[in-house]
Design a binder for this molecule. Sequence first.
Ligand code: DAH
Length: 344
Amino acid sequence: MIPIIAEIERVKQAFMTALEAATTHQALEQVRLLFLSRQGELAALMAQLKELSVEQKRQAGPALNELRSLFQVAFDARQKLVADLAMRGEQEQAASFDVTAVRSVARRGSIHIYTQIIEKLEDIFISMGYSVVEGPEVETEFYNFDALNIPANHPARDAHDTFWLTIPSLLLRTHTSPVQIRALEKQEFPLAICAPGRVYRNEATDASHNFMFTQIEGLFIDKHVSMANLIATVETFLQAVFEKKDLKVRARPSYFPFVEPGIEIDCSCPFCAAGCSICKKTGWIELMGAGLVHPNVLKSCGIDPEIYSGFAFGLGIDRLAMMKYGINDIRLFQSPKIGFLEQF
Ligand code: DAH
Protein backbone atom coordinates (compact mmCIF):
# COMPACT_ATOMS: atom_id res chain seq x y z
CA MET A 1 0.00 0.00 0.00
CA ILE A 2 1.39 3.41 -0.89
CA PRO A 3 2.01 5.71 2.13
CA ILE A 4 -0.59 8.33 1.12
CA ILE A 5 -3.43 5.83 1.58
CA ALA A 6 -2.48 5.35 5.23
CA GLU A 7 -2.20 9.12 5.56
CA ILE A 8 -5.71 9.54 4.12
CA GLU A 9 -7.01 7.03 6.68
CA ARG A 10 -5.31 8.92 9.57
CA VAL A 11 -6.70 12.29 8.49
CA LYS A 12 -10.17 10.81 8.12
CA GLN A 13 -10.14 9.42 11.69
CA ALA A 14 -8.79 12.66 13.10
CA PHE A 15 -11.45 14.65 11.26
CA MET A 16 -14.32 12.44 12.45
CA THR A 17 -13.10 12.58 16.07
CA ALA A 18 -12.75 16.35 16.01
CA LEU A 19 -16.14 16.79 14.35
CA GLU A 20 -17.94 14.70 16.93
CA ALA A 21 -16.42 16.70 19.73
CA ALA A 22 -17.56 20.02 18.22
CA THR A 23 -20.81 21.25 19.84
CA THR A 24 -20.57 24.98 19.24
CA HIS A 25 -20.17 27.23 16.24
CA GLN A 26 -16.73 28.24 17.45
CA ALA A 27 -15.52 24.62 17.81
CA LEU A 28 -16.89 23.81 14.38
CA GLU A 29 -15.00 26.71 12.89
CA GLN A 30 -11.79 25.33 14.40
CA VAL A 31 -12.45 21.99 12.68
CA ARG A 32 -13.04 23.75 9.40
CA LEU A 33 -9.79 25.69 9.67
CA LEU A 34 -7.81 22.60 10.64
CA PHE A 35 -9.12 20.27 7.93
CA LEU A 36 -11.04 22.08 5.20
CA SER A 37 -9.32 25.42 4.76
CA ARG A 38 -6.60 26.19 2.23
CA GLN A 39 -3.95 25.53 4.85
CA GLY A 40 -5.85 22.49 6.21
CA GLU A 41 -5.10 18.78 6.16
CA LEU A 42 -7.22 18.04 3.06
CA ALA A 43 -5.44 20.67 0.99
CA ALA A 44 -2.09 19.22 2.14
CA LEU A 45 -3.08 15.76 0.92
CA MET A 46 -4.23 17.17 -2.42
CA ALA A 47 -0.85 18.84 -2.80
CA GLN A 48 0.90 15.52 -2.21
CA LEU A 49 -1.09 13.94 -5.03
CA LYS A 50 0.78 15.98 -7.60
CA GLU A 51 4.07 14.41 -6.56
CA LEU A 52 2.90 10.82 -7.20
CA SER A 53 3.48 8.59 -10.24
CA VAL A 54 0.62 7.91 -12.65
CA GLU A 55 0.14 4.46 -11.17
CA GLN A 56 -0.02 5.79 -7.63
CA LYS A 57 -2.38 8.59 -8.66
CA ARG A 58 -4.78 6.03 -9.95
CA GLN A 59 -5.13 4.59 -6.42
CA ALA A 60 -4.87 7.72 -4.37
CA GLY A 61 -7.02 9.98 -6.59
CA PRO A 62 -10.36 8.26 -6.00
CA ALA A 63 -9.57 7.76 -2.30
CA LEU A 64 -8.92 11.47 -1.90
CA ASN A 65 -12.08 12.43 -3.80
CA GLU A 66 -14.06 10.14 -1.55
CA LEU A 67 -12.45 11.73 1.48
CA ARG A 68 -13.34 15.20 0.24
CA SER A 69 -17.03 14.39 -0.27
CA LEU A 70 -17.16 12.61 3.08
CA PHE A 71 -15.72 15.68 4.77
CA GLN A 72 -18.27 17.95 3.12
CA VAL A 73 -21.28 15.79 3.93
CA ALA A 74 -20.20 15.11 7.51
CA PHE A 75 -19.34 18.76 8.09
CA ASP A 76 -22.69 20.03 6.74
CA ALA A 77 -24.60 17.55 8.87
CA ARG A 78 -22.69 18.57 11.97
CA GLN A 79 -23.26 22.24 11.23
CA LYS A 80 -27.01 21.69 11.16
CA LEU A 81 -26.86 19.79 14.44
CA VAL A 82 -24.89 22.52 16.17
CA ALA A 83 -27.36 25.15 14.93
CA ASP A 84 -30.26 23.06 16.33
CA LEU A 85 -28.46 22.71 19.66
CA ALA A 86 -27.92 26.43 19.90
CA MET A 87 -31.57 27.17 19.17
CA ARG A 88 -32.79 24.64 21.71
CA GLY A 89 -30.54 26.23 24.32
CA GLU A 90 -32.04 29.64 23.71
CA GLN A 91 -35.56 28.25 23.82
CA GLU A 92 -34.88 26.50 27.10
CA GLN A 93 -33.55 29.69 28.54
CA ALA A 94 -36.62 31.57 27.35
CA ALA A 95 -38.91 28.91 28.77
CA SER A 96 -37.32 29.15 32.22
CA PHE A 97 -37.60 32.96 32.32
CA ASP A 98 -39.91 33.84 35.19
CA VAL A 99 -41.90 36.94 34.37
CA THR A 100 -43.35 37.02 37.89
CA ALA A 101 -39.98 36.96 39.68
CA VAL A 102 -39.46 39.95 42.00
CA ARG A 103 -36.10 41.65 42.09
CA SER A 104 -35.25 43.29 45.39
CA VAL A 105 -35.15 47.03 44.76
CA ALA A 106 -32.12 48.88 46.10
CA ARG A 107 -33.04 51.98 48.10
CA ARG A 108 -32.32 55.09 46.08
CA GLY A 109 -30.68 58.03 47.72
CA SER A 110 -31.48 61.67 47.08
CA ILE A 111 -29.23 64.67 46.68
CA HIS A 112 -28.73 66.36 50.06
CA ILE A 113 -30.58 69.60 50.45
CA TYR A 114 -27.27 71.42 51.12
CA THR A 115 -25.92 70.21 47.79
CA GLN A 116 -29.08 71.21 45.97
CA ILE A 117 -29.05 74.73 47.39
CA ILE A 118 -25.29 75.17 46.91
CA GLU A 119 -25.58 74.12 43.27
CA LYS A 120 -28.37 76.63 42.73
CA LEU A 121 -26.43 79.44 44.43
CA GLU A 122 -23.29 78.58 42.45
CA ASP A 123 -25.28 78.73 39.21
CA ILE A 124 -26.50 82.20 40.14
CA PHE A 125 -22.97 83.36 40.98
CA ILE A 126 -21.63 81.88 37.75
CA SER A 127 -24.36 83.68 35.77
CA MET A 128 -23.05 86.94 37.30
CA GLY A 129 -19.50 86.15 36.18
CA TYR A 130 -18.19 84.77 39.47
CA SER A 131 -16.16 81.60 39.72
CA VAL A 132 -16.52 78.96 42.41
CA VAL A 133 -13.58 78.26 44.69
CA GLU A 134 -13.13 76.10 47.76
CA GLY A 135 -10.89 76.27 50.78
CA PRO A 136 -9.87 73.74 53.41
CA GLU A 137 -12.09 72.99 56.40
CA VAL A 138 -9.03 72.58 58.60
CA GLU A 139 -7.66 76.12 58.51
CA THR A 140 -4.79 77.99 60.05
CA GLU A 141 -5.27 80.71 62.60
CA PHE A 142 -3.72 83.10 60.06
CA TYR A 143 -6.37 82.59 57.36
CA ASN A 144 -9.33 82.20 59.69
CA PHE A 145 -8.48 85.19 61.92
CA ASP A 146 -5.25 87.20 61.55
CA ALA A 147 -5.41 87.95 57.83
CA LEU A 148 -9.08 88.88 58.30
CA ASN A 149 -8.08 91.66 60.66
CA ILE A 150 -8.96 89.59 63.75
CA PRO A 151 -5.65 89.44 65.67
CA ALA A 152 -5.18 87.37 68.85
CA ASN A 153 -7.03 88.94 71.82
CA HIS A 154 -9.44 90.70 69.47
CA PRO A 155 -12.90 90.44 71.08
CA ALA A 156 -14.36 89.25 67.76
CA ARG A 157 -12.59 85.95 68.32
CA ASP A 158 -14.92 85.29 71.26
CA ALA A 159 -17.90 85.32 68.94
CA HIS A 160 -16.34 82.47 66.98
CA ASP A 161 -16.43 79.54 69.38
CA THR A 162 -13.55 77.77 67.79
CA PHE A 163 -12.66 74.09 67.60
CA TRP A 164 -8.88 74.20 67.97
CA LEU A 165 -6.87 71.22 66.87
CA THR A 166 -4.21 69.77 69.17
CA ILE A 167 -1.66 70.95 66.59
CA PRO A 168 -0.93 74.61 67.45
CA SER A 169 -2.60 77.29 65.28
CA LEU A 170 -4.75 74.82 63.37
CA LEU A 171 -8.54 74.95 63.71
CA LEU A 172 -11.78 73.99 62.02
CA ARG A 173 -12.73 77.10 60.07
CA THR A 174 -15.45 79.08 61.78
CA HIS A 175 -16.61 80.78 58.57
CA THR A 176 -15.97 80.71 54.82
CA SER A 177 -14.30 84.15 54.94
CA PRO A 178 -10.74 82.68 55.03
CA VAL A 179 -11.31 81.59 51.43
CA GLN A 180 -11.32 85.33 50.62
CA ILE A 181 -7.70 85.52 51.74
CA ARG A 182 -6.69 82.45 49.76
CA ALA A 183 -8.28 84.01 46.65
CA LEU A 184 -6.77 87.47 47.28
CA GLU A 185 -3.28 86.00 47.57
CA LYS A 186 -3.44 85.02 43.91
CA GLN A 187 -3.47 88.76 43.06
CA GLU A 188 -5.49 88.43 39.87
CA PHE A 189 -7.88 91.29 39.29
CA PRO A 190 -10.72 91.87 38.82
CA LEU A 191 -11.49 89.07 41.25
CA ALA A 192 -15.02 87.66 41.52
CA ILE A 193 -15.45 84.45 43.48
CA CYS A 194 -17.93 82.60 45.61
CA ALA A 195 -16.90 80.01 48.19
CA PRO A 196 -19.43 77.56 49.60
CA GLY A 197 -18.66 75.06 52.32
CA ARG A 198 -18.97 73.67 55.81
CA VAL A 199 -18.00 75.69 58.85
CA TYR A 200 -17.71 74.71 62.51
CA ARG A 201 -18.52 76.41 65.82
CA ASN A 202 -17.85 74.89 69.19
CA GLU A 203 -21.17 75.77 70.78
CA ALA A 204 -24.12 74.03 72.41
CA THR A 205 -26.62 72.87 69.86
CA ASP A 206 -30.31 73.67 69.85
CA ALA A 207 -33.00 74.03 67.22
CA SER A 208 -31.30 77.06 65.70
CA HIS A 209 -27.61 76.37 66.44
CA ASN A 210 -25.44 73.52 65.27
CA PHE A 211 -21.74 72.83 65.68
CA MET A 212 -21.44 72.40 61.93
CA PHE A 213 -23.32 74.32 59.28
CA THR A 214 -22.85 75.71 55.79
CA GLN A 215 -22.10 79.15 54.42
CA ILE A 216 -21.44 80.76 51.09
CA GLU A 217 -19.14 83.73 50.70
CA GLY A 218 -19.03 86.24 47.85
CA LEU A 219 -16.05 88.46 47.10
CA PHE A 220 -15.48 91.06 44.41
CA ILE A 221 -12.29 93.14 44.06
CA ASP A 222 -11.41 95.68 41.40
CA LYS A 223 -10.62 99.36 41.09
CA HIS A 224 -13.28 101.81 42.36
CA VAL A 225 -15.70 99.30 43.87
CA SER A 226 -18.36 100.99 45.96
CA MET A 227 -21.10 100.25 48.45
CA ALA A 228 -23.59 100.85 45.61
CA ASN A 229 -21.99 97.96 43.69
CA LEU A 230 -22.37 95.75 46.75
CA ILE A 231 -26.05 96.56 47.27
CA ALA A 232 -26.87 96.15 43.58
CA THR A 233 -25.04 92.83 43.39
CA VAL A 234 -26.70 91.43 46.49
CA GLU A 235 -30.11 92.58 45.29
CA THR A 236 -29.63 90.87 41.91
CA PHE A 237 -28.31 87.78 43.66
CA LEU A 238 -31.25 87.53 46.08
CA GLN A 239 -33.82 88.20 43.37
CA ALA A 240 -32.43 85.15 41.58
CA VAL A 241 -32.25 83.08 44.79
CA PHE A 242 -35.91 83.67 45.63
CA GLU A 243 -36.99 83.97 41.98
CA LYS A 244 -38.67 87.30 42.74
CA LYS A 245 -37.88 90.24 40.48
CA ASP A 246 -39.41 92.80 42.83
CA LEU A 247 -37.46 91.68 45.91
CA LYS A 248 -35.95 94.62 47.81
CA VAL A 249 -32.92 94.79 50.05
CA ARG A 250 -32.01 97.11 52.87
CA ALA A 251 -28.78 97.60 54.78
CA ARG A 252 -28.22 98.18 58.48
CA PRO A 253 -24.88 99.19 59.94
CA SER A 254 -23.04 96.36 61.62
CA TYR A 255 -19.55 95.34 62.60
CA PHE A 256 -17.28 92.65 61.14
CA PRO A 257 -13.52 93.22 61.54
CA PHE A 258 -12.74 92.34 57.92
CA VAL A 259 -15.04 94.95 56.33
CA GLU A 260 -15.37 98.69 56.72
CA PRO A 261 -18.05 99.81 56.69
CA GLY A 262 -19.75 96.59 57.74
CA ILE A 263 -23.44 96.07 57.16
CA GLU A 264 -26.14 93.52 57.57
CA ILE A 265 -28.45 93.04 54.65
CA ASP A 266 -32.12 92.19 54.94
CA CYS A 267 -34.45 91.38 52.09
CA SER A 268 -38.15 92.00 51.79
CA CYS A 269 -39.97 88.84 52.85
CA PRO A 270 -40.26 86.63 49.77
CA PHE A 271 -42.90 84.50 51.46
CA CYS A 272 -45.65 86.98 52.25
CA ALA A 273 -47.15 90.33 51.35
CA ALA A 274 -48.25 91.57 54.74
CA GLY A 275 -46.27 89.75 57.42
CA CYS A 276 -45.91 86.05 58.19
CA SER A 277 -44.29 83.83 60.81
CA ILE A 278 -41.03 83.61 58.79
CA CYS A 279 -40.50 87.40 58.79
CA LYS A 280 -42.11 87.63 62.23
CA LYS A 281 -44.65 90.04 60.78
CA THR A 282 -41.93 92.61 60.00
CA GLY A 283 -41.90 92.11 56.23
CA TRP A 284 -38.07 91.83 56.33
CA ILE A 285 -35.67 88.92 56.72
CA GLU A 286 -32.09 89.20 58.00
CA LEU A 287 -29.92 87.36 55.55
CA MET A 288 -26.26 88.19 55.52
CA GLY A 289 -23.23 90.06 56.74
CA ALA A 290 -21.42 92.21 54.18
CA GLY A 291 -19.28 95.25 53.66
CA LEU A 292 -16.38 96.83 51.83
CA VAL A 293 -13.21 94.79 52.29
CA HIS A 294 -11.11 96.36 55.07
CA PRO A 295 -7.84 97.97 53.89
CA ASN A 296 -5.98 95.87 56.47
CA VAL A 297 -7.25 92.69 54.81
CA LEU A 298 -6.02 93.86 51.41
CA LYS A 299 -2.69 94.87 52.95
CA SER A 300 -2.26 91.50 54.63
CA CYS A 301 -2.43 89.98 51.14
CA GLY A 302 0.06 92.47 49.71
CA ILE A 303 -2.59 94.46 47.83
CA ASP A 304 -2.52 98.25 47.78
CA PRO A 305 -5.86 99.51 49.17
CA GLU A 306 -5.24 102.86 47.45
CA ILE A 307 -5.59 101.09 44.11
CA TYR A 308 -7.95 98.21 44.76
CA SER A 309 -11.18 97.98 46.70
CA GLY A 310 -13.99 95.51 46.89
CA PHE A 311 -16.89 94.02 48.76
CA ALA A 312 -17.61 90.75 50.51
CA PHE A 313 -20.72 89.09 51.83
CA GLY A 314 -21.48 85.84 53.57
CA LEU A 315 -24.67 84.00 54.32
CA GLY A 316 -25.83 80.80 55.97
CA ILE A 317 -27.23 78.13 53.73
CA ASP A 318 -29.01 76.31 56.54
CA ARG A 319 -31.15 79.31 57.37
CA LEU A 320 -32.02 79.75 53.72
CA ALA A 321 -33.18 76.12 53.53
CA MET A 322 -35.07 76.37 56.83
CA MET A 323 -37.00 79.39 55.59
CA LYS A 324 -37.72 77.96 52.20
CA TYR A 325 -38.99 74.61 53.49
CA GLY A 326 -40.35 75.64 56.90
CA ILE A 327 -37.83 73.48 58.75
CA ASN A 328 -37.79 74.25 62.46
CA ASP A 329 -34.64 72.41 63.60
CA ILE A 330 -31.23 73.09 62.05
CA ARG A 331 -29.87 69.78 63.43
CA LEU A 332 -32.03 67.82 61.01
CA PHE A 333 -29.64 68.66 58.14
CA GLN A 334 -26.86 66.61 59.74
CA SER A 335 -29.09 63.85 61.02
CA PRO A 336 -29.31 60.47 59.36
CA LYS A 337 -33.12 60.63 59.35
CA ILE A 338 -33.90 59.25 55.92
CA GLY A 339 -37.55 60.27 56.18
CA PHE A 340 -36.45 63.91 56.50
CA LEU A 341 -33.66 63.81 53.92
CA GLU A 342 -35.54 62.04 51.15
CA GLN A 343 -38.19 64.77 51.03
CA PHE A 344 -35.88 66.97 49.00
N1 DAH B 1 -17.94 85.53 58.20
C1 DAH B 1 -19.08 86.13 58.84
C2 DAH B 1 -19.65 85.15 59.82
O1 DAH B 1 -19.48 83.98 59.70
C3 DAH B 1 -20.11 86.53 57.83
C4 DAH B 1 -19.66 87.66 56.97
C5 DAH B 1 -19.87 88.98 57.37
C6 DAH B 1 -19.04 87.43 55.78
C7 DAH B 1 -19.48 90.03 56.62
C8 DAH B 1 -18.62 88.50 54.99
C9 DAH B 1 -18.85 89.79 55.43
O2 DAH B 1 -18.01 88.31 53.83
O3 DAH B 1 -18.45 90.82 54.66
O4 DAH B 1 -20.33 85.57 60.72
